[in-house]
Design a protein. Structure first.
Length: 276
């Protein structure tokens, strides 16, 4: 399936092959997004019906860095089904070291369960995150919280949606906003700095929150529920989808230092509504 990003003059938008629905998507984009969200929603059912008591939990490098058999199972399903949808794409997944270059062509960048510790503890802040890139540029993003049945989606240049309804960042200043943050728990040297930064923001904002899922936090800023999110160390699968959703909702995403996010390697993330 070959997907083309179209930049057409207005007169050409009435051709059947370039027909755009109310969100501005081409028919090809709409069908691709529909297929991706369908696969993701099916994986959400696995999370909802998981028997955590019988799920083996393995530890990875770093503090509280876990992987369950459900992380692996969902990634395997996403790997198989997403590449059936777009065979020319490569697949980059958090688990089992399925990594590939995203420099050329299409690439799925996937976190099967973002918020694994939450999942283990039955704390309902875990999402499935699927980003699709084109020539190392963010192209589509899907983040799904099966517990709340919230499907966040975005297509580059076409805005962001929550359950098919457009979303936008808030217009609130930081002084009237909420700050979300991650503790970089896998990197002890960064955790103390994370809490110091959170306290600095706490003094400037209404309050701070910690959900345990970076992808969901990015979407929360996109939906206008919070005004800022930061974490000092994340991997591309944590933010590939959520960053696009936030940008398409009118927000701004950079590293802590103000540089662009990288999709081939991890980095820090600072996401705002563009005002905070």
């Amino acid at each position: 399936m070959k997907i083309q990003v179209l930049n057409l003059p207005i007169r050409d938008c009435f051709h059947p092959w370039a027909y755009r629905e109310r969100h501005g998507y081409t028919m090809e984009q709409k069908e691709l997004l529909r297929k991706i969200t369908e696969v993701v929603r099916e994986c959400g059912e696995i999370i909802l019906h998981a028997d955590r008591n019988k799920s083996a939990v393995d530890e990875k490098a770093g503090h509280a860095n876990f992987v369950t058999e459900y992380d692996k199972r969902i990634q395997q399903i996403l790997h198989k089904n997403l590449l059936q949808i777009l065979p020319e794409a490569v697949f980059v997944g958090e688990e089992e070291d399925i990594h590939a270059s995203v420099a050329k062509g299409y690439a799925f960048i996937v976190d099967p369960i973002d918020g694994t510790t939450n999942f283990i503890k039955d704390y309902h802040m875990s999402v499935i995150s699927v980003g699709l890139t084109s020539d190392a540029e963010k192209y589509m993003g899907v983040v799904y919280n099966p517990y709340s049945d919230e499907m966040f989606t975005a297509v580059r240049g076409e805005g962001a949606c929550l359950n098919d309804k457009p979303i936008h960042v808030s217009g609130e200043a930081l002084s009237n906003g909420l700050v979300l943050f991650g503790t970089a728990p896998y990197y002890e040297e960064l955790s103390k700095r994370s809490f110091e930064m959170a306290y600095d923001y706490f003094k400037k904002a209404l309050d701070v929150r910690r959900s345990g899922s970076a992808a969901y936090d990015l979407c929360s800023v996109a939906a206008g529920r919070a005004e800022l999110f930061f974490e000092l160390s994340l991997s591309p699968w944590d933010y590939a989808a959520g960053a696009l959703i936030l940008e398409e909702a009118g927000g701004k995403v950079t590293t802590i230092e103000g540089g662009p996010l990288t999709l081939q390697a991890g980095c820090s993330v600072l996401a705002t509504n563009g005002i905070a």
